[in-house]
Design a protein around this ligand. Structure first.
Ligand code: F6R
Length: 608
């Protein structure tokens, strides 16, 4: 996820911005750049790769000036190239811009206002730089930014400097956080407080639609269409590492809480209400070609493979295309039957998982159409696929995956919707899915508010040595994922079963010291699930159920309930997984486990 750092003051801006970029490295990035301004001239250095590469490129040269901006880029529009690295200039090199987020209507803006402009990059950000510079020729930089923000759809954390207005920063926020640090006649702006803390602990956090004009004499904050706002600074007593975690105790907890936001990054600009469908830019297949696909294979490992299991169910339900999910470590040693009518998705957070990668290569060799569904931009799976889609979950630093899972499921459902609409899914049914999608962030927030209750339940259950997770239909993969989370975070033995399979063996395990976690939300299989739980209850296992809000009846059968808002069945996995993530997290906290780095596990599995 991109990072911004800016400075205006009396010191040399270059070294401060450089140090700030290093402190933003944890966010993940693939290129970086700095621009400072001195005597009406920009001094810029950019490079592909890490901050060391940037430092090498700069060598002994000095970036002169006492104000400027720096950026670490996590590619979204346009590949990982020097030209696409920020900061970007306007056409006449009078304005420089660094930007986090996605400008959805950048093509329309280009077409309408910048017809004769030549662009040096493929980024949406360069369009902003050109537009701000163009408007700033007739008005102040602040007014120009204001005017551009009113035209933009999308998200931004924005930092702008101009050679024409010395010692001034204009910064703005919508969807992408910005913190302003207040020093002694100096100001710092960054995507989070981490790079600011060595200099000052007085911080103002901008809210959405707020922007600020910052000079040596002060910082004035405005709200779009409303004018000046007065904001108090807060004194931050976090350490730098705590600041990276945005106040959460672990990255895992932060990432669980990121989900309502990053799911919007997954569907931003991809849902098409007008046709009740979706569209993924990098798919690289025409509707006609897509209609010819007669089989889908979803390839992945671990948590990503459970996302694929959900995908399998949804593709068959919406698109009516035979779909199989395959675990990479098995698929690569089979002799899979694939042809040019097969579409293979390699699904991976890191984009580097060796078993998934080798399986993808095998699928390509056999002539299948291979698409990546990946989080890390420019990763090997993304590069080697014939196209694909970034899931836009942002950097996931906790070894155990959470937000990448929900975004994988989201993107797979969007693909199923797209294929469904190419076949016999009606416009009304497509639109209903889109409408329900849009309600998810708020519903996810409401589940996260249950965290204190889930924490208490976790403390009650953490004494058990074994767990069984049960689900049916589309929720069976969620039982697997919930169990997987508990295992890897807490080191407690846990397994998952389709509830209907219990009587074929697993019932023998049930006893008062063997708790069951059951996903029993109100859907077509609810009654079946309820009778399975009666059988569990009869054998004295404690039951913790995930149930739909308003379902009082379930309380008679189970020991404890976590309630979830209602959604349509195909979207249930996105909500149901959240309490299970929180449960696994809090059990593990109670057992004092190494949450962000569980023993024996690695974030990116590049070995067999
Ligand atoms: C579990 C987890 C792993 C990964 C698996 C695949 O929380 O993180 O099971 O899901 O190693 O990794 P990616 O998605 O990077 O291919």
């Amino acid at each position: 996820m991109c990072g911004i750092i800016s400075y205006v003051g009396r010191k040399k801006a270059g070294p401060i911005i450089f140090a700030g970029l290093r402190r933003l490295e944890y966010r993940g990035y693939d290129s970086a750049g700095i621009v400072t301004v001195d005597k009406g001239k920009f001094h810029r250095v950019r490079s592909v790769g890490n901050i060391d590469a940037l430092s090498k490129k700069l060598g002994k040269k000095e970036l002169k000036g006492s104000y400027g901006i720096g950026h670490t880029r996590w590619a979204t529009h346009g590949g990982v190239t020097l030209e696409n690295a920020h900061p970007h200039y306007g056409e006449d090199g009078e304005v420089a811009v660094a930007h986090n987020g996605i400008i959805e209507n950048y093509r329309e803006l280009k077409e309408k206002y910048l017809k004769n402009h030549t662009f040096k990059s493929q980024t949406d950000t360069e369009v902003l730089a050109h537009l701000i510079e163009k408007f700033a020729k007739e008005m102040s930089l602040k007014k120009a930014v204001e005017k551009v923000l009113a035209l933009v759809t999308g998200t931004y954390g924005l930092a702008v400097v101009s050679v024409k207005e010395p010692n001034k920063l204009i910064v703005a926020r919508l969807g992408s956080p910005l913190a302003i640090g207040i020093g002694e006649k100096e100001y710092f702006v960054a995507s989070d407080a981490t790079p600011i803390l060595p200099y000052t602990r007085e911080i103002i956090y901008l809210d959405d639609q707020e922007y600020a004009e910052i000079t040596l004499d002060g910082c004035q904050i405005y709200k779009l269409n409303q004018g000046k706002v007065a904001k108090e600074s807060q004194t931050i007593d976090w350490s730098a590492e705590e600041a990276q975690k945005e106040g959460f105790e672990h990255f895992m907890l932060k990432e669980i809480h990121d989900q309502p936001k990053v799911i919007q990054d997954a569907f931003r600009g991809r849902l098409r209400e007008k046709i009740g469908s979706s569209y993924m830019g990098g798919f690289n297949m025409t509707d006609k070609q897509a209609r010819e696909i007669d089989r889908i294979v979803l390839l992945a490992c671990g948590t990503a493979s459970y996302a694929c299991m959900v995908g399998e169910y949804v593709f068959e339900r919406l698109a009516k295309i035979p779909t199989d999910f395959e675990v990479g470590s098995e698929f690569r040693y089979r002799n899979p039957i694939l042809d040019e009518k097969t579409l293979v998705f390699s699904v991976s957070q890191s984009g580097e998982t060796l078993d998934t990668l080798v399986s993808q290569r095998e699928a390509k060799r056999k002539g299948a159409n291979v698409r990546g569904l990946v989080n890390v931009v420019g990763s090997t799976i993304a590069r080697e696929a014939d196209g694909g889609t970034y899931i836009h979950a942002g950097p996931e630093l906790s070894v155990a995956s959470s937000k990448a899972f929900t975004n994988m499921v989201t993107v797979l459902i969007m693909y199923a919707l797209y294929f469904g609409r190419l076949h016999d899914l009606s416009f009304e049914d497509g639109l209903k899915i889109i409408e329900e999608f849009k309600k998810l962030p708020q519903k996810m927030e409401s589940i996260l508010k249950e965290a204190p209750k889930i924490k208490k339940l976790a403390q009650k259950y953490s004494k058990y040595k074994n767990f069984l997770y049960l689900g049916r239909g589309i929720n069976f993969p969620i039982a697997l994922e919930g169990s997987h989370k508990l295992k890897e975070l807490s080191y407690i033995h846990s397994e998952a079963y389709p509830a209907g399979e219990m009587k074929h063996g697993a019932n023998a395990l049930l006893a008062s010291d063997f708790p069951v976690v059951a996903i029993a939300t109100k859907n077509d299989l609810y009654d079946k699930m309820e009778s399975n739980l009666q059988e569990v209850k009869a054998r004295k296992s404690p039951i913790l159920a995930i149930a739909t809000k308003g379902d009082k009846k379930i309380q008679k059968t189970v020991s404890d309930v976590i309630y979830i808002p209602k959604t349509i069945e195909i979207l249930e996995p996105i909500l149901n997984v959240i309490p299970l993530q929180l449960f696994a997290y809090y059990v593990s906290v109670d057992l004092k486990r190494n949450i962000d780095q569980p023993r024996n596990l690695a974030k990116s599995v590049t070995v067999e």
